[in-house]
Write a protein that binds this ligand. Structure first.
Ligand code: CLR
Length: 424
């Protein structure tokens, strides 16, 4: 299933703002103040040729970490690797400033990766607010990873902040163990002018509901001089609240784990060193909104263990919306696949396909047509006083957190799609 895609006929690169006409910018600016951001139609040049369902599937890029967690007998060791997985799952967001297409209600995406031993199904389960649910299961019944995302957007003038509401649940089936967490916030800077860049910040707390172990990870905001850019730091504590491990690294690079004592000793040493040196002040006045230039990489403390390192991006990633090698394969329609897929699969969306082929005009026309079709269908539905019913997920209670959650009802891979809606 790994087809290295080189056929992206691309012209829009990094600095997409340059392509936004003044008219579009003004529209965007005022629209953002007056309406809910998710209701605004943005100009298509801001898009990337993927549906949000596919972008969400990128949580799976480093699934090998889940497989590794399954093999470890010590619960703290498992928590370490699960924490690395949680960080790795947002790593593909680095430099990704394209806006994925809003999924239509009832749209689905499936991903079978036999080489990685899992399959995933996702569905757009709500339109307003937009909610996407996904469920991944290992082919050998080793784990299940599921969750839902309601990206709550806030407009700050120069930036857009996205809060991915929804819980991630990872179940290691053989151990009857479940971990839950929520993802960090994501902020896209300079949406009106300048170079777009992405920051993720906030506290992520991973709970092992079986053993009571906890891991608290702090995704640091970049700070005034960019010293903390992309940094993640945290610790693991057991049921008795004893600190067992310190974790550190960057979500764009790698994560390490070290014993708390070693970490503290190292920190003290570093502080002493800092006090001696007369720290040079960062030059000039720097606007916080600008992407800070300081990009020192992670300094490794002796005695640390490497938990995860990012897979380097492919050579032409910059010309392909900064996609990772994994992302590039997500929209692939291989021969024979069309017969198998549900008719709602977003690989079949004509607007996304047109954009992938570099035909922005068709993409834009098709996008409008699909949205119009969706509106008409909704009107028809409300006339008959019918309620929209989701096909593969239902609203239920997450047994681990006790909170409301979207749960997979099963059966997608039986491949009976006769009652699927006609979206395209
Ligand atoms: C980041 C990873 C989170 C889930 C999530 C939710 C919302 C997404 C965000 C991710 C990435 C950035 C995103 C955002 C919604 C809108 C925003 C796609 C996937 C784009 C870049 C906004 C573009 C705005 C234009 C005006 C440029 O776990």
């Amino acid at each position: 299933h790994i087809v290295q895609r080189s056929s992206y006929k691309r012209f829009r690169v990094n600095v997409i703002n340059k392509l936004l006409s003044i008219n579009d910018s003004i529209h965007l600016f005022f629209a953002a103040f007056t309406q809910e951001l998710s209701k605004i139609t943005m100009p298509i040049v801001l898009n990337e040729p993927l549906s949000f369902l596919q972008r969400m599937s990128e949580y799976m890029e480093h699934t090998h970490l889940i497989h590794k967690a399954c093999t470890l007998s010590d619960s703290i060791d498992r928590m370490q690797v699960v924490a690395a997985f949680a960080v790795s799952s947002v790593a593909s967001q680095w430099d990704r400033t394209g806006k994925p297409f809003n999924p239509l209600l009832g749209e689905t995406y499936e991903l079978t990766r036999e080489d990685e031993g899992y399959r995933l199904i996702s569905e757009q389960v709500s339109h307003h607010p937009p909610i996407s649910a996904f469920h991944a299961q290992s082919l050998k019944q080793e784990f299940e990873f599921h969750g839902s995302i309601y990206p709550k957007l806030k407009f700050w003038g120069k930036s857009v902040e996205a809060e991915p509401k929804g819980t991630m649940t990872l179940e290691l089936l053989k151990r009857k163990e479940a971990f839950t967490w929520t993802n960090p916030l994501c902020c896209v800077h300079n949406i009106i002018m300048g170079k777009l860049w992405i920051e993720q910040y906030g506290t992520v707390e991973i709970v092992n509901h079986h053993t009571g172990d906890r891991c608290v990870l702090n995704f640091k905001p970049c700070g005034m001089f960019g010293k903390e850019l992309h940094k993640v730091e945290g610790y693991i504590q057991d049921k008795s609240k004893r600190k067992r491990r310190v974790l550190y690294g960057k979500w764009t690079e790698c994560m390490y784990s070290v014993a708390p004592k070693v970490y503290e000793a190292n920190k003290k040493k570093a502080e002493k060193g800092d006090a001696k040196k007369n720290k040079p002040q960062s030059a000039g006045k720097q606007e916080t909104e600008d992407m800070p230039g300081v990009q020192e990489t992670v300094s490794v403390i002796t005695g640390s263990a490497l938990l995860w390192r990012i897979t380097p991006r492919p050579a032409h990633s910059e010309e392909m919306y900064n996609f990772t090698g994994f992302t590039i394969t997500l929209n692939e329609l291989e021969p024979g696949m069309e017969r198998l897929l549900a008719p709602t699969d977003c690989r079949l969306r004509p607007d996304i396909r047109a954009m992938e082929n570099g035909d922005l005009d068709t993409a834009s026309v098709e996008k409008d047509r699909l949205e119009e079709k969706q509106r008409a269908a909704r009107k028809e539905c409300s006339k008959d006083e019918e309620e929209w019913s989701t096909r593969w997920f239902r609203l239920g209670t997450n047994p681990h957190t006790g909170a409301q959650d979207w749960l997979y009802t099963g059966g997608y891979f039986d491949r009976n799609y006769t009652d699927c809606p006609n979206l395209y």
